[in-house]
Design a protein. Sequence first.
Lengths: 341, 274
Amino acid sequence: MHYISQNNFFKLLDALKSSYEVYVPIKKGEQRFYKKYIEPTDDIVIGEVRPFEPVKAFFAQAREIVAEGFKDDIPHSSDKPFAIIGVKACDLKGFKVQDHVFKNHDYQDPFYIKNREQNLIISADCTSVIDTCFCLALGIKPHPQEDFDINLSEIKRGFVTTTGSDKGKELLKRYSSLFQEAAKAIINKKELQRAKVIEKVKENIRENKVPREDLYKGIIERNYESDIWPEEAKECVECGACNTICPTCHCFLLYDEKDDKKMERLRIWDSCMVKDFASVAGGANPRPKLWMRLRNRFEKKFDFFPKVADIYACTGCGRCISACPGKIDIRKVLTRLVGNV
Amino acid sequence: MYRSKNPYRPIKTEVLDVIKETPTIKTLKLRPEEPISFKTGQFIELTIPGIGEAPFTPSSKPFVTDEMEVTVMKVGKVTEEIHRLKKGDTVGLRGPFGSGYPLDDFKGKEVLVVGGGCGFAPLRSLMYSLFGMSGEFKKLFFRGGCKNPSEFLYKQEIEEWTKREDLNIALTVDTGDETWKRNVGLVTTILDNVEMDYKDGIAIVCGPPIMMKFATKKLLDMGFEEKNLYLSMEKNMSCGIGKCGHCRIGIYYACKDGPVFQYSKIKDFPEIWE
């Protein structure tokens, strides 16, 4: 375990700029967002909690060109990869789902694979908790344990660092002059801080009565015809925010654009809450009602993914709770589903 | 298996000919720049440059790789554009995708093929394959139905099929006219005279969802095993490789696990006929 001072940390970021597009979380009001790193500024927050947008945006972008004309090359493959700083554990868990979809499959997605190979992830422990956090209910600790290159635990004026990959180890080696061995006292501080954050998340879960994942088995099948769905869907305005903001949602729409000079195929994030998501050209729609689509969203997360990939496609990040204009609260839905025996 | 480096790019393809089949259905003869080999029952995505793409199961012989035929009914944005295509136009093809019919599993069995309307398109490709394996099945039946005689696909070709000795065939239309000399009624009304070993026989159904639903029910009543019923599921297949999420049926994606499914695999999932 190593330690890097805040000064040296920014030196590291400056050095990374030559090979990466570096993105850091910044705080604006009560929200945190990823912003391209130019120079050290006061609004950069490495610890605290997850930013507003999910990290998936750096791996399968919200809008990207996936084919140009009839050429078999991979568009924009020479772009600089991203170095994403301050990624939180709930986002990293999202990779388990995204990897299953785009990577661990008969058909691989060359865009995602390239980004997974080339992007650099410098993650960070959560040092605070907000009301919507419930990661522990999904078995995720609020500090990264895997799927990062280097992890940072913020301790006053600096960070305790752990490497999580060969890429991370090489980086540490290359910039070894910026790091020092972590002193025992500071490691203890880190552990103490982690324990404190865990307690806060537990408190959150208790207060909001969020059921733990070991109670989720069969909740969709059991409640398939339940009134829970139409009742919960009442306030839904079909905006799709819950999809775009979710670290595990992966669905996309392919569409084509053409002018005199070129023809492009793009993919943009899609939302299963939108009416025509599953419609066919002939007009048939398996989920014509909004509540069916809400049920489908939960089915995909809590029935489909556990069956095909042995994982619940929820990371307890709570983003969908804060993003929903209709105040649909996934914790409450889960509580109702689990309680409905 | 899909071999393109980039699974989203279409292969440049020339429209060799456009054949008007019925007032609402056309068949395109296509020549892709790179040969595409497919297994019968697999589908391709056809791109109209700048407009978009839509999934179709080729209606031609799977063993012909330099040309492909696709039969298209005018129902939406992309298919309307497809109906405007002329000889010499450029389109794109991606695929093939999906798993196709497990033809080897049908060997030594009695096989019944049931088609409705535009479902004749994939089934024509299947029939070419089955005819090519003639002698490997104990019996081969075809039962086909359409709305009316003017909507009857591949009329002349199917007329030729009626002369084949290796095929027991019956055809019907929902509504007849003076030109129609055969059965009038839904396709389920010409299933009763299929004399075969239902318990061990294979039944393949392809057609509009409503027809598939009732044909399936009828076939189960007749004694077919759920695992011996092969259905073509019409879902919103887009990426073709199980990633975009649009065509999910329970734990499957129609695009990569189907679009042909054994009924036993999907019967418990809701919404399959919708």
